[in-house]
Design a protein around this ligand. Sequence first.
Ligand code: UD1
Length: 417
Amino acid sequence: MDKLIIEGGVPLTGQVRISGSKNAALPILFASILLSESVTFTNVPTLRDIHTTLKLLNLLGCPAEFNNGTVTITPCSLSPEAPYELVKTMRASVLCLGPLLARLGEARVAMPGGCAIGARPVNLHLSGLEKMGARFELEEGYIIGRCRKLKGAHVIFDFPTVGGTENLLMAACLAEGESILENAAKEPEVVDLANFLIRCGAKISGHGTSILQISGMPSLGGCSYPIMPDRIEAGTFIVAAGITGGELVLQNCPAEELDALLVKLTAMGMYFEQTEDGLLARRRNSSLHGVDIRTQPYPGFPTDMQAQVMALMCLADGPSLVEESIFENRFMHVQELVRMGADIRLSGRSAMVRGVRQFTGAPVMASDLRASASLVLAGLAAKGATQVQRIYHLDRGYEKIETKLVAVGARIRREKE
Ligand code: UD1
């Protein structure tokens, strides 16, 4: 297992190029199961979750070639089984369920287990697909789904689930007749998936709103498609500029999709400017102020930025209140930040952060992807050396993170534990 050693205290300055979005790439890669022709994707980030997805697609009969950010997939003879060995390492594997049912009328997908940030059930995926005519059984830890031909349906989600919306959107594209998905997720990654499917010949409207309308087609063709930039990676580097008191320019940054984050960071004392080279991010002056945030579905404050912004709040003047409304257990970073000198009190789904003067370096343990990012950020600002252990979580979601950080001045290196 690898760990990162960070010598903190260097203000980061320079330019960082934002990679393709992990959370957009995963569903879009799974959507290739729906296609009758080959497809090429560009701007695909080199990440552990992407390699897992390509391995799984290979087993499902969609062999993929990955070459320096470009993936070509040629669907051939499909197979319905997504084995536990791959699904257990990546929950998003469940996104093959809708496409397999739509193409094959059959799917055997290992039930994703619980994970560090909560129970994360898939009941809304299953009940939506049932409305389209699928039947499910649970056998030996596998979700076994069967259907004749999926039929268009009117589905009202109890909650605007991102993955559930994506699974049903993909299935509806090849179902017979019209589907309406209400209370659907509006996340930019859902919009990117819809735009990709439209490019392949799907009939979809309303993407980016809470009501999606889909007219099923008999088949979908191939195309060439660039994956959108990663708004969470961009947000993480923005916080890196703020927490180290540096100045970063983010190239390829989807600033309009970061509104809720930029509003809060501006209230904390950060400054942003769109320049010719990209979005410039720095502090307005030396101090930062506390703010309150509540995570919400898009366009609200993203839960995937909660841990990173909490690291910044730890160094602000005055208190900040963080309410996590999406996941019931997404505060795994708190105890580790406290080990670095933070003053945070947890109560249920809320955390009260009181600013301290500085972090002090310490050995800390990464527990999930965004928690790991939060510890790296704290380490970049800390006095002394921080060792972030178990960084395989970080490698699931951040492309070349040390290389990018070193290029803007960070003292960070990877070592074997
Ligand atoms: C996606 C993102 C993840 C992000 C999350 C919320 C990917 C690969 N992952 O995860 O980074 O943090 O959106 O923005 O895109 N729920 C149910 N039943 C279901 C489905 C979800 O109860 O069938 C609950 C979950 O337990 C969770 C909440 O709904 O509490 C949000 O989940 P969802 O929006 O589905 O997130 P994911 O698609 O898993």
